[in-house]
Design a protein around this ligand. Structure first.
Ligand code: ZN
Ligand code: ZN
Length: 643
């Protein structure tokens, strides 16, 4: 709610009582208050109201003190009632919104003043926050009784109350009724501009309601979108509601499409828009769009504080540009624990373990306390670089010295670190002794390690656990089959295959994204749905020829026997990242680096061909897979084949 709706009481000559607006701190206010009690100035209702306003609503508020001041008021006026109710309703403290409600009923029952249009929005907010529909409906009745049911501010809060209490039908009804009233009432139309704005607020409340519902029931997003599309006028809030709604519920593509649409219209994005869209941009590695957001913020004087700054650092590092992420990071005037964790995690993802650890000690020196998320970054840096001793000591430092309860992610990093470095027993022991229930991700990390180190016995054991835990997940079958294949146990391979067939286990659909001129192109395995599919296919053929010319032979025996974690039935089919690379090669000028984001881990065949493609076509190819970044250049990869 807007604070400007409260008119300041007329100021008094300073000879009567000290100007409270000059108080800087609550301590100062208390001194003034004490003086006023001593000199009996506090009995002036306007003076008391000013004291109350300061401790209830100023930046230095102290709500407990405010309540005391209010309770001692002889006969509080409407302004004071509104002040204390609003302060309580807007407080995030447990129980405060309920106290606001109780106070309001007291006001209605035994006060000598009537509630007005400034009272109801706060009261309705309190009902919404505590999901008290019954009380909310009573308040609705009072709104009608006091003749305030055409005040747009009260009405929009009424609608929001119904939305928040989950009764969309009533909300919708009220919404429709009030929209029509705004359009048809003669008196009302006169104040057209203001009414239109009131209408936009109402629309926003409704769209927001459907978005909220959409996070519970997916179908409701359609309703939100439909309503949004039919809005006669949209404000920046309308756009933000949709973009953040999509992004927060994993509908990243929709979030980006919405943002692109907004860019073309006449409503300008603001701070909230940028914060909302950046995670979606990061998700697809849409660097161009991300750069646009950064430039837009700088050009339009949008403050890049620690929150927006962290989102930008995250965007640049997830879009493959760790250097730019570091640049933004260094220029931030204030860095909080999230900012530090973001850059450390980013460096880890890019395989720059030593830098990640350097930044970690810089963080500690700068006096910002690392959070448990920071340690996930640190441990994954160790894991990507095979720094076993360092990882072990960070983990035990975190548990013993700092006292963090390790989360499943911390254990995941440790199992990955130990397992890949060949300490299989230690990794298994860690899983078995975890105080929390291990999930499939952790077991898969160990299974992957068993495969790398050829420990069939443990591999079989782990695969069994996984098959019980997630019976329809292809990962464990694939890993087990590959393990048998590499030891030449064809019979066992055939058994696993048969089992997969019988249980109708399908592999994950692989998917890759590449951004060109701000547009995101999506490719699936063996995808020919793209409008330039023909060109892409001849490019793929050319790549295959070039690879053959320099002597690359996909080991066909391996291709046929080895399974990947994703669908690829025959050696002739292409994984999505290869299709994306072919597309990138066609559409960009020579030497342009290519950035591809993939939803699964890159397979060995794609990894080794990417190295060669980077050499043949003299391109830097950056691939972000589910786990980390691979920077392919001059025929080798930044991961040094340790992934
Ligand atoms: Zn592949
Ligand atoms: Zn690599």
């Amino acid at each position: 709610m807007n604070s400007t709706i409260y008119t300041t009481p007329p100021s008094h000559p300073s000879s009567l009582f000290p100007n409270i607006t000059l108080c800087k701190t609550i301590k100062h206010l208390k001194q003034v208050h004490a003086h006023m009690i001593k000199t009996a100035q506090i009995h002036d209702p306007l003076a008391a109201a000013e004291v109350l306003r300061f401790c209830a609503l100023s930046n230095n508020r102290d709500i407990h003190y405010a309540r005391k001041v209010f309770d001692q008021m002889h006969q509080p006026n409407c302004f004071s009632w509104n002040t204390i109710i609003r302060a309580l309703a807007e407080s995030n403290d447990d129980g405060k919104p309920l106290a606001a409600l109780l106070l309001f009923f007291q006001m209605v029952c035994d006060a000598s003043v009537d509630p007005n249009q400034f009272t109801f929005p706060s009261v309705l907010k309190a009902c919404a926050q505590t999901s008290r529909l019954k009380e909310g409906m009573q308040v609705h009745g009072l709104v009608v009784k006091y003749g305030l049911d055409s005040d747009e501010f009260v009405v929009s809060n009424l609608v929001r109350m119904y939305v928040m209490c989950g009764v969309m039908k009533d909300a919708h009804l009220l919404f429709i009724r009030n929209l029509i009233e705004f359009e048809e009432g003669d008196e009302v139309v006169r104040n057209n501009k203001k009414k239109e704005e009131g209408n936009v607020v109402l629309w926003n409340v409704m769209v927001d309601g459907y978005v909220m519902l959409g996070s519970l029931v997916l179908g409701e997003f359609g309703a939100a979108r439909e309503l949004f599309d039919s809005m006669p006028q949209r404000s920046v809030v309308s756009w933000n509601v949709m973009i953040s709604g999509y992004a927060q519920n994993g509908l990243f593509k929709e979030a980006i499409e919405m943002f692109r649409e907004m860019q073309m219209g006449d409503v300008c994005p603001n701070y909230v828009t940028l914060i909302s869209v950046l995670p979606a941009i990061s998700r697809f590695g849409a660097l161009e769009l991300g750069k646009w957001v950064h430039l837009y913020a700088e050009k339009n004087g949008i403050e890049i504080d620690d929150v927006l700054g962290s989102a930008l650092v995250d965007m640049y590092s997830k879009c493959g540009s760790i250097e730019k992420a570091l640049q933004v990071f260094e220029r931030l005037p204030r860095k909080n624990a999230i900012t530090w964790s973001t850059i450390i995690g980013g460096l880890a993802m890019h395989g720059r373990a030593n830098d990640a650890l350097d930044y970690f000690s810089r963080m500690e020196r700068s006096g910002v306390t690392p959070s448990d998320v920071t340690y996930i970054g640190v441990l994954s840096a160790c894991s990507h670089a095979g720094l076993v001793d360092e990882g072990r000591s960070f983990f035990s430092h975190m548990v013993k010295a700092v006292g963090f309860e390790p989360r499943i992610e911390h254990y995941g990093c440790m199992v990955d670190l130990l397992g890949r470095a060949g300490h299989l027993e230690e990794a298994e022991e860690l899983i078995l002794n975890m105080p929390i229930k291990p999930d499939d991700v952790i077991w898969k990390a160990l299974l992957g390690a068993c495969k790398i180190h050829g420990n069939i016995e443990m591999g079989r054991r782990v695969a069994k656990v996984l098959m019980d835990m997630v019976p329809h997940d292809s990962g464990s079958y694939v890993a087990l089959s590959n393990m048998y294949a590499s030891s030449g146990n064809w019979e066992a391979v055939a058994d696993v295959r048969l089992m997969m067939k019988e249980m109708d286990i399908r592999k994950d659909p692989g998917c890759s994204w590449i951004e060109l001129d701000g547009e995101i192109h999506e490719f699936l395995v063996d995808d020919d749905s793209h409008s330039r599919a023909k060109e892409i296919h001849s490019m793929l053929d050319e790549i295959a020829n070039q690879l053959r010319l320099i002597g690359y032979r996909p080991d066909t025996s391996q291709v046929l026997l080895n399974l990947d974690e994703e669908e690829k039935e025959s050696a002739l089919q292409y994984h999505s990242e290869k299709i994306a690379v072919a597309f990138g090669l066609i559409c960009t000028s020579p030497h342009t680096p290519l950035l591809i984001v993939k939803n699964l881990r890159i397979c060995e065949d794609c990894h080794s061909s990417m190295k060669l493609i980077s050499k043949i076509y003299k391109r830097k190819i950056v691939i972000r897979d589910r786990k980390r970044f691979h920077h392919f250049e001059h025929g080798s990869c930044s991961c040094k084949d340790y992934w």
